[in-house]
Design a protein. Structure first.
Length: 307
């Protein structure tokens, strides 16, 4: 198999990283690893370093601050290129599980089937091993698309970024605009040509930006439906503050995307974007309050019936 380096960005998930690397080393003994601790401040870096850094095929590094997904992963990619010079780089979240040994080899083989393929991954399953077709890939957005997507109620019904159907080509690949950032393999030369991750986002839209970069360079992004990976990311009930913080990160990234990559002039796109983002902020807060109120009433009714 061609040289491959895994880049895993850690934030307070050292045990998952150690478990993943230990498992991958058994199935892919020639693979190399760069583990980036994103300023966890919980002893993660020390734990990773003491457990794994003594091996020649593993580098453990630490960022000076938590600057987000893009900067953290780019730090790892640069270290991978300098230390191991791999032909392929796998970007992988700590909570991703590669359940089958054939997954990586099949993805690497897919690159041989198309010289213009820049990024490839398998089908993403959730923590219950369920496949959600709306989450495995999506389209790059343009013009006023995000103005509608910013509004929670309308976005879930219009689904501008979702594919209605997928076509499997003769080479076994499904060509799409964007794949999930939780796990994918990139051809190193093309990834460098794309400028790697755009470091002007903290969280959200990183994959979308890669997709638009690939499209403008006439490079391809694809799913390989014959293999899968599990994104073991359990749903958690967020507080209102946490929900609004996530929404703010999302709007910040979408604003940057539209300012930088939208094909329409900024003076046309940004004013309605700002208005829709403001409305979306209010709707998101209102939605959280309504859902929490309904949930509380259901608990009260259930408790009353049980007495």
């Amino acid at each position: 198999m061609d040289s491959l380096c895994f880049v895993i960005l850690n934030f307070r998930q050292a045990n998952l990283v150690i478990s993943n690397v230990t498992s991958l080393k058994k199935t892919l003994p020639e693979a190399t690893f760069v583990l980036v601790d994103n300023d966890s401040r919980d002893g993660s870096y020390e734990k990773l370093a003491s457990s794994l850094a003594d091996e020649s095929k593993i580098k453990v590094i630490s960022s000076r601050s938590n600057s987000g997904y893009a900067i953290g992963n780019n730090l790892g990619v640069k270290e991978a290129i300098n230390s191991f010079d791999p032909k392929f780089i796998a970007i992988m979240n700590p909570d991703v599980v590669i359940a089958e040994s054939k997954t990586i080899s099949a993805i690497i083989e897919a690159f041989r089937a198309d010289n213009d393929l820049s990024i490839c991954t398998g089908l993403m399953l959730d923590s219950s091993r369920m496949l959600n077709p709306r989450s495995i890939a999506w389209k790059t957005l343009d013009k006023l698309d995000d103005c509608l997507l910013n509004l929670p109620y309308f976005s879930s019904r219009i689904s501008l970024e979702k594919y209605r159907a997928f076509r499997i080509h003769e080479n076994g690949l499904i060509y799409v605009d964007v794949v999930p950032g939780s796990f994918f393999v990139a051809r190193t030369d093309y990834f460098k040509k794309m400028g790697m991750f755009d470091e002007n986002t903290f969280l959200y839209c990183e994959e979308r930006i890669l997709g638009i970069k690939a499209k403008r360079l006439r490079l391809k992004v694809a799913l390989l439906p014959s293999v899968y990976f599990v994104h073991d990311h359990p749903k958690e009930e967020k507080s209102l503050a946490s929900t609004m913080k996530s929404y703010s990160y999302l709007m910040s990234s979408r604003f940057y995307y539209n300012k930088t990559y939208n094909s329409w002039p900024k003076w046309i796109v940004l004013p309605p974007f700002i208005v829709s983002a403001g409305l979306g902020y209010l709707l998101t807060a209102l939605s959280w309050v309504v859902k929490r109120t309904v949930h509380c009433f259901k608990r009260i009714l259930k408790k009353g019936k049980s007495q």
